[in-house]
Design a protein around this ligand. Structure first.
Ligand SMILES: [Zn+2]
Ligand SMILES: [Zn+2]
Length: 388
């Protein structure tokens, strides 16, 4: 029986000693094994994982390793469990935790910074200076679940309370897995200056972050919101999430001119760059008006030339964002629980946790126009009853 001194459990929600967990072997190789259920330390809770969304970064981690970094190196053959966009139910409380209750539904953000470095103290915990320093003799308390510590493709995981976001009963498990994606878009807009009511925004690239970027920008009052991309089906979802205009760049070769035309001949105030194509930065800095701001939320895998002179002459601001800092997930969740937009429009498929390899294949190959693919754990009957 799962019992550890100083960890609080409840008879209503019994926790087993072991769980099913996917672990990464060689590149691309996942195995379903039994692992001990982890034990929360100070300011941590045990989360029973109910649903996990697959992210493009998971596909990178499983195939290539980075950006995951386990014990200071590549994540292969280290009994490492990937997965980071999960939600679930609080199942046990570590010492000192009174902010959450056992049985409470929550979703998570990825990064728990060390809480003591300069950036963590500024709320930029996704840029923690002690990133990954939780191995060997060192334990700075840093966690990025699914990257530097075990993640969510399993039945239970430990989370720092700072990474939890409470969710309402009306929010489905699948929708709750999307809070962190919306939170990443929200963080981008936060870094650009926050409130964007009445200002014009272009979002480039209708991937999950771009599509929810449209939704968040619209919820913040941006006008107009223009989405650019190459696939009509995704642009249609962008429209459903609030885009005033969409531009298919395959049909409209001069996308900068098309943006300006849609905005009264002038560039826009903000660009949220989510395409990561080699020409994306140069296009983005030409889409904004003088003094405009560009948030870079995606990147090409190779170094690409950038027109610095244009940026300098036009007083253009460029912001790199890393993940979902400054509690942006809480603000995104507030929009979602108020039903200001329907994030589930980007959820396309659900599989059982045991079928993770199939789910990953759907996400990787975009089978059936897959956008967000979710896997759900089937917990034991006792727990199901207790949760109801
Ligand atoms: Zn992700
Ligand atoms: Zn830190």
């Amino acid at each position: 029986m799962y019992a550890t001194p100083s960890v609080k459990t409840s008879p209503d929600m019994p926790v087993p000693d072991t769980m099913r967990a996917w672990v990464l072997g060689d590149p691309g190789e996942l195995k379903l094994v039994d692992k001990p259920v982890p034990v929360p330390k100070r300011a941590e809770v045990l989360v029973r994982i109910d649903a996990v969304a697959i992210c493009a970064t998971d596909l990178d981690v499983i195939a290539n390793g980075p950006p995951a970094m386990i014990q200071g190196g590549l994540p292969f053959n280290k009994n490492f469990t990937p997965g980071h966009e999960y939600m679930g139910t609080v199942a046990a409380l570590g010492p000192g935790v009174d902010e959450y209750k056992i049985g409470q539904r929550i979703t998570v953000e990825i990064h728990a910074g060390c809480g003591q470095c300069k950036r963590c103290r500024e709320g930029m915990y996704t840029s923690c200076h002690n990133y990954g320093l939780n191995y060997g003799d060192v334990d700075k308390g840093h966690r990025a679940n699914g990257f530097t510590t075990d993640g969510g493709f399993c039945e239970y995981q430990v989370n720092n309370i700072n990474t939890l976001v409470a969710i309402p009963d009306a929010m489905s498990d699948e929708e709750a897995t999307l809070v962190v994606t919306a939170g990443t878009a929200m963080y981008g807009l936060t870094e650009l200056g926050g409130l964007v009511a009445g200002e014009s925004v272009v979002v480039t690239g209708p991937g999950p972050i771009g599509l929810l970027g449209v939704a968040v920008a619209k919820a913040l009052g941006a006008q107009p919101v223009i989405l650019t991309g190459t696939r009509d089906n995704r642009l249609a979802i962008g429209r459903a999430l609030g885009a005033d205009h969409v531009i298919n760049v395959r049909k409209e070769p001069d996308v900068v001119a098309a943006v300006k035309k849609l905005n009264g001949g002038k560039g826009v105030d903000y660009v949220l760059e989510c395409a990561g194509a080699p020409n994306s930065v140069n296009d983005a800095v030409r889409m904004v008006n003088r003094g405009g701001k560009v948030c870079l939320a995606a990147f090409p895998h190779e170094e690409t030339p950038v027109d610095i002179a244009h940026i300098v002459r036009n007083n253009i601001y460029l912001y790199g964002i890393r993940g979902e800092g400054k509690s942006a997930t809480h603000r995104a969740e507030a929009f979602m629980s108020q039903k200001r937009f329907d994030a589930t429009k980007i959820h396309t498929h659900t599989f059982a946790l045991e079928d993770l390899p199939t789910a990953l294949k759907y996400a990787r190959e975009r089978i059936g126009d897959a956008i967000k693919v979710v896997v759900k754990a089937r917990h034991g009957k006792v727990q199901q009853v207790a949760a109801e």
